[in-house]
Design a protein around this ligand. Structure first.
Ligand SMILES: Nc1nc2c(ncn2[C@@H]2O[C@H](COP(=O)(O)OP(=O)(O)OP(=O)(O)O)[C@@H](O)[C@H]2O)c(=O)[nH]1
Ligand SMILES: [Mg+2]
Length: 259
């Protein structure tokens, strides 16, 4: 369980056993009982806290969404595991978009301003949010960052979440859509292993397709896995570094702006 946001408390399942514990093969409650002693709060209280945290977050996210709608700002929340290529995708996207569209970026990472520096190098304003031990951006962080950033009316706001395929799925930031970026080096099973993220996303960008000749990765299986958890998910195959597929991504952005 994530100690920062209390995600998934009460949903943990423990399946399978090592050889030395085979006498407990069907008794998962034994293990759950053991673990419950390690929790800082009783399970019931933990669930209450989690509901409070998410309810407060949803309230602020609704406020953010209202602000974005009033200012005709298209806000997108880029989510992925660390290193899938979110910032690379953004810098190449901004290089092509910024000459004719107003853009702004909120960058989320536990530490460093590396990603905001990379975005600013394209000439686009960016705010870095460092979450410390936190594993996700929340709506309050985005609210505060957007106040400083002051994106223009009719602009595009990209929010790059902390690299993490788990917790950012639960936190609405007020964005129009979550966009999940999965790279071909991560394995085609990720949509099944981390279904909440792919269920919550409107689009899956399959990045680093330039590496397909060198890795064992079945594109069709990956897409089928994503569609298994979200039958409506759209998919764009892309290489942020070679530019292949970028036109399709830019067309998707334009379509969202007009929607
Ligand atoms: N071959 C290849 N490498 C890529 C591509 N996109 C990104 N990379 C590389 O992947 C690494 C990680 O890229 P980043 O853009 O920093 O990834 P990120 O998702 O922003 O990472 P975090 O912010 O740390 O979660 C870098 O070395 C990039 O150059 C791509 O399309 N093809
Ligand atoms: Mg990044």
């Amino acid at each position: 369980m994530c100690s920062t946001c209390g995600c998934a408390s009460g949903e943990t399942r423990i399946e399978g056993v090592s050889n030395e514990h085979s006498h407990h093969s069907h008794d998962t409650s034994y293990h759950s009982h053991e673990y419950s002693h390690g929790l800082p709060f009783a399970p019931r209280r933990l669930i209450d806290i989690e509901m409070d945290v998410l309810a407060k977050n949803n309230h602020i996210a609704a406020h953010n969404r209202e602000h974005f709608a009033q200012a005709s700002i298209l806000a997108l929340n880029l989510v992925s595991s660390p290193g899938s290529g979110k910032t690379t995708l953004l810098t190449h996207t901004l290089t092509r978009l910024a000459p004719h569209s107003d853009c702004a970026v909120v960058e989320g990472d536990q530490q460093t301003t590396n990603d905001a520096d990379r975005i600013r190098a394209t000439g686009v304003p960016a705010i870095q949010v460092n979450t410390g031990k936190g594993c996700h951006l929340d709506a309050q962080m985005v609210h505060d960052a957007v106040h400083q950033l002051a994106p223009k009316n009719n602009s595009l706001l990209f929010i790059e979440n902390v690299g993490n395929l788990v917790c950012p799925a639960s936190f609405d930031l007020g964005e129009r859509h979550k966009v999940a970026v999965l790279s071909v080096t991560e394995g085609e099973d990720k949509p099944l292993k981390y279904p909440h993220m792919f269920a919550a996303s409107r689009l899956m960008i399959l990045n680093k397709i330039d590496l397909l000749p060198y890795v064992t990765f079945d594109v069709d299986t990956c897409i089928a896995n994503a569609q298994q958890v979200n039958s409506e998910i759209e998919v764009i195959q892309l290489s942020a570094t070679t530019g292949e597929g970028m036109d399709q991504w830019l067309a998707w952005l334009e379509q969202q702006r007009c929607a």
